[in-house]
Design a protein around this ligand. Structure first.
Ligand SMILES: Cc1cc2nc3c(=O)[nH]c(=O)nc-3n(C[C@H](O)[C@H](O)[C@H](O)COP(=O)(O)O)c2cc1C
Ligand code: SF4
Length: 422
C-alpha cells in the first residue's frame, strides 16, 4: 500500500515548503495544467474517491454537478472545521502536511473552474491556522498561488476563515452561512451548494482529507488509487482512534482493513486487563458495534453498512467492559443537545429530551418505560430535520439500547450503575 496522506508524517518539518518539495510536493501541478478541468473531474471520478467528511459521496460526481458557464463565480470551500467527537484526523493533516492541502485545493479549484477558495478552519485550531497561513505565504511566494500559477494562465487565491467553535458550522450549508458572515444555520436543501452555495454561487464543499488525496490521484493516476481498497471504497483512509488502547492516534490504512486487526496492530491492542465492549466506528454520531461485530467488520463503507452503521469521518472510539454505556450515551446526548442550532423542533426538543431521560437513568431515577420512550423519540427525530444533527444522536441511541438493552435495564432496576455494586 502507498501512503497517500501520511507519506510525510515521519519528517519533523513536513509542514515547510522545502521539505514538502523535497518529497516531490507540488509535482502534480505540471500534469494538472496539461489536463482540461473536465479531464481532472473524470480522473477523480475514475479513482473512486469518496468524500471523507462523513457521507462518503463521490468527490468527482459532486464536482460534476457544478454548472459550467453559469455566469457566476464558482467557489471551493475546504471544510477544516472537524468537530465530531472522537475525530481528529484532519487536524493531523493540517499540522503535519499543510502544503498537501494547498496542492489539493489548487487541483480541486482548477477542476471546478474556481479562482477563489476558502479553507474554513475550526477556531480552536490556532496552531494549525498559523501553520496553514505560513504555508500559504510560502506557496504564494513560489507562485503556486496567485496570478498565472507557474505560467499556466490559471489564477487562484486561497483564503483561510476561522470559525468560532460551533459544531454545526461543519455542516456544509451552515459553513457557507458562516462564511457569508451570518449565524451558522443549516439551509434547507435543495438548492444544493453545487447550484446555489456561497454568495448564491455554485460551490463545492470538501473535507480536508478528501482534498489531501488529490495530489496522489493526479500524479500517479486514478488506476493507482483505485488499486487500493475495495471495489466501492477505493484508496486509503485516515482513522483516529481513542479510548483504552495502548497507542491512540491517527493511522492511515487501506480501505477494507479489518477493524480487529486495526485495534491490535495500529492501536497496539487494548490496555492490559481491559475487555472490549464495543466500538463506535466513525465518529460519535455513528451506531455502535458490539464486540462480536468488531471481529467481523472491515474498515470500508460497504462492510459498515452490513452491520447497520457507517464509516463516517473515521473516528474510532473504543469502549471497554468497565465503562458505563448509560454514561457514555448521556455524555454524547449532552453534546448534541448543546450543539443543536434549534431551527427544527424534532432536533431542538428531541436532543434535549433524550439527554434529560438519560440523565435521570444515570442518576438512578429512570423508569422501565424510558427505554421504549427513547426509541420512540429517536424514531421521530430521524429524517425529520433540515440537517442530520438530530440523527447523529438518534441513531446511536437506538443502537446503544438495541444492542446493550440489558445494561440499560439493570441501571434502571438497580437505580444506579451496576458497576458500582460490590
Ligand atoms: C452536524 C454536522 C457536522 C459536520 N461537520 C463536518 C466537519 O467538521 N468536517 C467535514 O468535513 N464535514 C462535516 N460534515 C459533513 C459536511 O456537511 C459535508 O458533507 C462535507 O464537508 C463534504 O465533504 P466531502 O464530500 O469531502 O466529505 C458535517 C455534517 C453535519 C451534519
Ligand atoms: S437538525 Fe438540529 S442542528 Fe440541524 S438544522 Fe435542525 S435544529 Fe439545526
Amino acid at each position: 500500500m502507498d501512503l497517500v496522506l501520511t507519506k510525510n508524517f515521519d519528517l519533523p518539518d513536513a509542514f515547510s515548503l522545502p521539505v514538502y518539495e523535497g518529497r516531490g510536493g507540488y509535482s502534480s501541478l505540471k500534469k494538472l495544467f496539461s489536463l482540461k478541468p473536465d479531464e481532472v473531474i473524470e480522473e477523480v471520478k475514475k479513482s473512486g474517491l469518496r468524500g471523507r467528511g462523513g457521507a462518503g459521496f463521490s468527490a468527482g460526481m459532486k464536482w460534476g454537478f457544478i454548472p459550467k458557464n453559469s455566469g457566476k463565480e464558482t467557489y471551493l470551500c475546504v471544510n477544516a472545521d472537524e468537530g465530531e467527537p472522537g475525530t481528529f484526523k484532519d487536524r493531523a493533516l493540517l499540522l503535519k502536511d499543510p502544503h498537501r492541502l494547498i496542492e489539493g485545493t489548487i487541483i480541486g479549484s482548477y477542476a471546478i473552474g474556481c479562482h477563489t477558495a476558502y479553507i474554513y478552519i475550526r477556531g480552536e485550531f490556532f496552531r494549525e491556522y498559523k501553520i496553514l497561513e505560513q504555508a500559504l505565504s510560502e506557496a504564494k511566494a513560489k507562485r503556486y498561488l496567485g496570478e498565472n500559477i507557474l505560467g499556466s494562465g490559471y489564477d487562484l487565491e486561497i483564503y483561510t476563515h476561522r470559525g468560532a467553535g460551533g459544531y454545526i458550522c461543519g455542516e456544509e450549508t451552515a459553513l457557507i452561512e458562516s462564511l457569508e458572515g451570518k449565524r451558522g444555520y443549516p439551509r434547507i436543501k435543495p438548492p444544493f451548494p453545487a447550484i446555489q452555495g456561497l454568495f448564491g454561487c455554485p460551490t463545492a464543499v470538501n473535507n480536508v482529507e478528501t482534498v489531501c488525496a488529490l495530489p496522489y490521484i493526479i500524479e500517479k493516476g486514478a488506476g493507482a488509487y483505485k488499486k487500493m481498497g475495495t471495489e466501492k471504497s477505493s484508496g486509503t483512509k485516515l482513522f483516529s482512534i481513542s479510548g483504552p488502547v495502548n497507542q491512540p492516534g491517527v493511522y492511515e490504512v487501506e480501505m477494507g482493513f479489518p477493524l480487529r486487526k486495526f485495534l491490535q496492530e495500529q492501536a497496539g491492542g487494548l490496555r492490559p486487563g481491559k475487555i472490549l465492549k464495543g466500538v463506535i466506528p466513525g465518529g460519535s454520531s455513528m451506531p455502535i458495534l458490539n464486540a462480536e461485530e468488531v471481529e467481523q467488520v472491515t474498515l470500508d463503507y460497504e462492510s459498515m453498512n452490513k452491520f447497520g452503521t457507517f464509516l463516517g469521518s473515521g473516528g474510532v472510539i473504543v469502549i471497554d467492559e468497565d465503562y458505563c454505556l448509560v454514561k457514555a450515551l448521556r455524555i454524547l446526548a449532552r453534546f448534541y443537545a448543546h450543539e443543536s442550532c434549534g431551527q427544527c423542533s424534532p432536533c431542538r426538543e428531541g436532543t434535549g429530551w433524550v439527554h434529560k431521560i438519560l440523565k435521570r437513568i444515570e442518576e438512578g431515577e429512570g423508569k422501565a418505560s424510558d427505554l421504549d420512550l427513547l426509541l420512540d423519540i429517536s424514531d421521530n427525530m430521524i429524517g425529520q430535520t433540515i440537517c442530520v444533527l438530530a440523527d447523529s444522536i438518534a441513531m446511536p441511541t437506538k443502537a446503544f439500547i438495541t444492542k446493550f438493552r440489558k445494561e440499560f435495564e439493570d441501571h434502571i432496576s438497580l437505580k444506579k450503575c451496576p458497576k458500582t455494586i460490590a
